[in-house]
Design a protein around this ligand. Structure first.
Ligand SMILES: [Zn+2]
Length: 263
């Protein structure tokens, strides 16, 4: 990587996502913010474990640091009460301006979990608002759920290939995380180790974020969270499902308007 390192901000949707890019956090020592506290139906959050993990890797936890529950994010998206979310974009924008952040790294939009997709949309809105205040930054995304081993690299992709010692250290932190998280099901990360094996953790790939509209993504299909949510409604486990066109697209539009009104 070029030196000196550009000041960087990581913004993740859930505590635990930092495990996907721990090598990069150790190399760049960014400030790290988190959208939600990781609490699920059990009510237990895991922010303290994430705080410890980020500091152990060399990153610096920074507000907003898990101010919302996942349920609050879903509720905001379902009801169109986006103020709590635009407040977070405003805090991120201020951090970008004040710390002269040049790179922002956030969850990729994968259509898997609405909180992940909202995280990326918030990062992009914050960067656009900061740009209006004179601070230019580039947004990068990393895959949270997918584990593509693509090699068709472009010049603008940030690729980190961990050596054996770096991989061992990362897996040790991930294992310690899963142990400390205790009862909380850390399914995205531990599931990935099980599915793809430790080698999938060696490569960390940060790609300049796509600015394609949500409506143009997913090849015209419903994203996973929509079909999954509708199945849960049929089973009587959810009362309503989050939908791309009904809920996420209006949120994207709200953020666009918010950027234009932010100063
Ligand atoms: Zn997640």
């Amino acid at each position: 990587m070029p030196s000196p390192l550009p000041p960087s901000l990581v913004f993740i949707g859930h505590p635990g996502h930092e495990l996907r890019i721990l090598g990069w956090i150790a190399a760049v020592r960014p400030v790290v913010s988190v959208l939600t506290d990781g609490s699920g139906s059990t009510g237990d959050g895991r922010l303290d474990v994430t705080n410890t993990t980020i500091e152990a890797a060399g990153g610096c936890p920074q507000p907003p640091f898990g101010p919302l529950t996942d349920a609050a994010v879903y509720e905001a998206l379902l009801t169109g009460g986006f103020d709590t979310l635009t407040d977070i974009a405003a805090t991120l924008a201020s951090t970008i301006v004040e710390r002269r952040i040049e790179r922002v790294v956030a969850d990729a939009i994968e259509g898997y979990n609405p909180t992940h997709d909202a995280c990326q949309l918030l990062a992009q809105a914050a960067v656009q608002a900061a740009c209006r205040r004179g601070q230019r930054a580039t947004v990068f995304e990393f895959e949270v759920v997918e584990a593509s081993q693509r090699t068709d690299e472009r010049d603008d992709v940030l690729l980190l290939e961990l050596d054996d010692a770096g991989l061992d250290r990362k897996l040790a932190l991930a294992t310690a995380y899963a142990r400390q998280a205790g009862q909380v099901l850390e399914q995205e990360v531990t599931g990935m180790i099980a599915r793809h094996g430790p080698e999938a953790f060696r490569r960390e790939r940060l790609v300049p974020a796509s600015t394609a509209s949500l409506a143009s993504r997913f090849g015209g299909e419903a994203p996973f969270y929509e079909t999954h949510g509708e199945r849960r409604v049929r089973e009587g486990k959810y009362s309503r499902a989050l939908r791309l066109h009904e809920h996420l697209v209006p949120f994207e539009r709200c953020l666009r308007d918010w950027v234009m009104s932010a100063s």
